[in-house]
Design a protein around this ligand. Structure first.
Ligand code: GLN
Length: 491
C-alpha cells in the first residue's frame, strides 16, 4: 500500500470499504504526519488524537459487523476552528474564546460524524475569519507548505495548508468573502463555497450572517464534491437554509472528469481585466481559458459593471454584521473574563475583556461596522452598500442569461511573504477582489488548481448561479484533467 497520506479521500474510503486498510490505521498515519510536520506548518490549533482514534474504531467495528458504510466513512477531516465541535476547543482563532469547549456540534459536524468521517482536529484561521493570510490568528500564523516563508491565504489558511502538507485528505472551511477559495488557490488545493443557504450555518461562530457559508476543501474536485454532498442540505435550525434538493455535485464532478465541455458557455468578466492581477496570474488564467476551449467550452465576454464596487460594499456589510454578532463576547457567557475582582462594574469587566480578548483587525471591523450602522450614517454607508449588493446580484443574473458559469483568477496574486501586507489593511483586503462578488450575490464558486507562477500555485475560480453548484464542479473537474497535479516540495 502506498503512503496513505498521499491518497485521495475517495481512494481512502474505497480501501477501507474493501478491507485493505483499517480506519484506525488511516487515522494513525495522518496523526503521525501531523506530529512530524505541523511544528513547521502550524495548520492545527488543536489535534484531537483520542477522538479521532475512537471515531475510526467505530467505523472499523461497523464494517466488521457488515453495516453499510457511507462514501467517506473512515476518511479523516480537519475542521476550521470557527466551527463548533462538542467538547473540543473552538476558539475561532481568538483569545476571547481560549479554552471554550462548545456544548454542541455544528450541523455540518454532526453530518460528518453520522457519515463516519474522522475529525483530526481544529485548524488555524484569522481571528473570527477576518483576514486573507491567517496572520491575524491570535495563536500565530500558518505557513504555506509550498514555501514556509509565505502565507497560506486566509482566513482558512490552516484548513488548506493541512491538505497541501498531507496532514489531512479533506478539510472544512467557511467562506464569507473568499476564505475557502482564496487559501485553496494559494496552496494549490481545491476550495468550494456552496450556494449561500445550501450548507447550514447552525453552529458556526458568526462573522457576517448574510454571507457566512461553510464548504469543502480537498486536493481533488471529486473529493470536494463528495464532502459537499455530506454536509449540504436543508437544516431547520438555520433560518436562511434553503429547503431545496442538493444538486448532484458528485455526478457533475465525474462528468467533468471525462474532460468534455462541449456546449458549456463560460463568461469572462470584462471589468475584472482592469483589476490589476499579477502578470503571472493572468498568464495562467489565459492558459486555462485555452485549455477549457480545447475541451469544448465556448468563451464569451460579459459585462458586470457593478463588480468594481463589490470590495467597498463588502467592507461595509461584513463589518456591520460583525459589530452586531461580536457583541455576544461580553466576558460573561463564553471564554475569557478580565478584571472580575468583585470591585469593578459589569461594564468595566466587559470593556477590559474585549480590550484584551480581541485583536487589532477585529476591533477595526467592530468600529467600522458600528459607525456604518449608527443613526445619521446608516443610509449613507450600510444602506448604500445594500443597494450595491442588489446591483451586483442583477449583474450576475444578466450574465447567467448569456453563459453557464463565470470564470476568473481566484486571487490577484500568488502567496505573498509573511508580513508583506499587514501594515496597510487595504493591501490585505485586495486579496479578495475576485472572490467577494459571488458572496454578495449568494451563488456558489470554486477554486481549482490551474498552474504555477514563479513556482507558486494559481487557482481558477468558477462561479455559478445560485443552486447550480453542480455546474462549477463539472468545469473545475474538466480543468483538473488537463492540468498536471501541483505537488508542493517535500517537507
Ligand atoms: N478576507 C475577507 C475578510 O477579511 C474574507 C474573509 C472570509 O471569507 N471569512 O473579511
Amino acid at each position: 500500500m502506498s503512503d496513505v497520506t498521499r491518497m485521495t479521500a475517495a481512494g481512502i474510503a474505497k480501501s477501507i470499504a474493501d478491507g485493505e486498510i483499517s480506519a484506525v490505521d488511516v487515522a494513525r498515519a495522518h496523526l503521525d504526519r501531523i506530529a512530524a510536520v505541523d511544528g513547521r506548518v502550524h495548520a492545527f490549533l488543536h489535534v484531537d488524537t483520542e477522538g479521532a482514534l475512537a471515531a475510526a474504531a467505530k467505523v472499523d467495528a461497523a464494517r466488521a459487523a457488515g453495516e453499510p458504510l457511507g462514501p467517506l466513512a473512515g476518511v479523516p477531516v480537519a475542521v476550521k476552528d470557527v466551527v463548533t465541535t462538542k467538547g473540543v476547543p473552538s476558539t475561532a482563532g481568538s483569545k476571547i474564546l481560549e479554552g471554550w469547549k462548545p456544548p454542541y456540534d455544528a450541523t455540518i459536524v454532526s453530518r460528518m460524524k453520522d457519515a463516519g468521517l474522522v475529525m483530526l482536529g481544529k485548524t488555524n484561521m484569522d481571528e473570527f475569519a477576518m483576514g486573507s493570510s491567517t496572520e491575524y490568528s491570535a495563536y500565530g500564523p500558518t505557513f504555506n507548505p509550498w514555501d514556509l516563508t509565505r502565507i497560506p491565504g486566509g482566513s482558512g489558511g490552516g484548513s488548506s495548508a493541512s491538505l497541501a502538507a498531507y496532514e489531512a485528505p479533506l478539510a472544512v472551511g467557511t467562506d464569507t468573502g473568499g476564505s475557502i477559495r482564496q487559501p485553496g488557490a494559494v496552496t494549490g488545493t481545491v476550495g468550494a463555497k456552496p450556494t449561500y443557504g445550501g450548507t447550514s450555518r447552525y453552529g458556526l461562530i458568526a462573522f457576517s450572517s448574510s454571507l457566512d457559508t461553510p464548504g469543502p476543501c480537498a486536493r481533488t474536485v471529486e473529493d470536494a464534491a463528495l464532502l459537499h454532498a455530506v454536509i449540504a442540505g436543508h437544516d431547520p435550525r438555520d433560518s436562511t437554509s434553503i429547503p431545496a434538493t442538493v444538486p448532484d455535485v458528485v455526478g457533475a464532478a465525474r462528468l467533468g472528469a471525462t474532460g468534455d465541455l462541449t456546449g458549456v458557455k463560460l463568461g469572462v468578466v470584462r471589468e475584472f481585466a482592469g483589476e490589476g492581477a499579477e502578470p503571472g496570474v493572468m498568464a495562467v488564467f489565459r492558459d486555462s481559458l485555452e485549455t477549457l476551449v480545447k475541451l469544448g467550452a465556448e468563451v464569451v465576454e460579459v459585462s458586470c459593471p457593478h463588480f468594481q464596487y463589490a470590495l467597498p460594499a463588502y467592507y461595509l456589510i461584513a463589518p456591520s454584521e460583525c459589530s452586531s454578532n461580536l457583541a455576544r463576547f461580553d466576558g460573561v457567557r463564553y471564554g475569557l473574563r478580565v478584571g472580575d475582582d468583585g470591585q469593578r462594574s459589569l461594564e468595566e469587566v466587559m470593556s477590559l475583556t474585549r480590550e484584551a480578548g480581541f485583536g487589532a483587525e477585529v476591533k477595526r471591523r467592530i468600529m467600522i461596522g458600528t459607525y456604518a450602522l449608527s443613526s445619521g450614517y446608516y443610509d449613507a454607508y450600510y444602506g448604500q452598500a445594500q443597494k450595491v449588493r442588489t446591483l451586483i446580484s442583477r449583474d450576475f443574473a444578466a450574465a447567467f442569461d448569456q453563459v453557464d458559469v463565470l470564470v476568473s483568477p481566484t486571487t490577484p496574486f500568488v502567496a505573498f511573504e509573511l508580513g508583506a501586507r499587514t501594515a496597510d489593511p487595504y493591501q490585505m483586503y485586495l486579496a479578495d477582489l475576485f472572490t467577494i462578488p459571488s458572496n454578495l450575490y449568494g451563488g456558489p464558486a470554486i477554486s481549482v488548481p490551474a498552474g504555477l507562477s514563479s513556482g507558486l500555485p494559481v487557482g481558477l475560480q468558477v462561479m455559478a448561479p445560485t443552486l447550480a453548484d453542480d455546474r462549477m464542479y463539472r468545469v473545475a473537474a474538466a480543468l483538473e484533467t488537463a492540468v498536471p497535479p501541483l505537488t508542493p516540495p517535500a517537507l
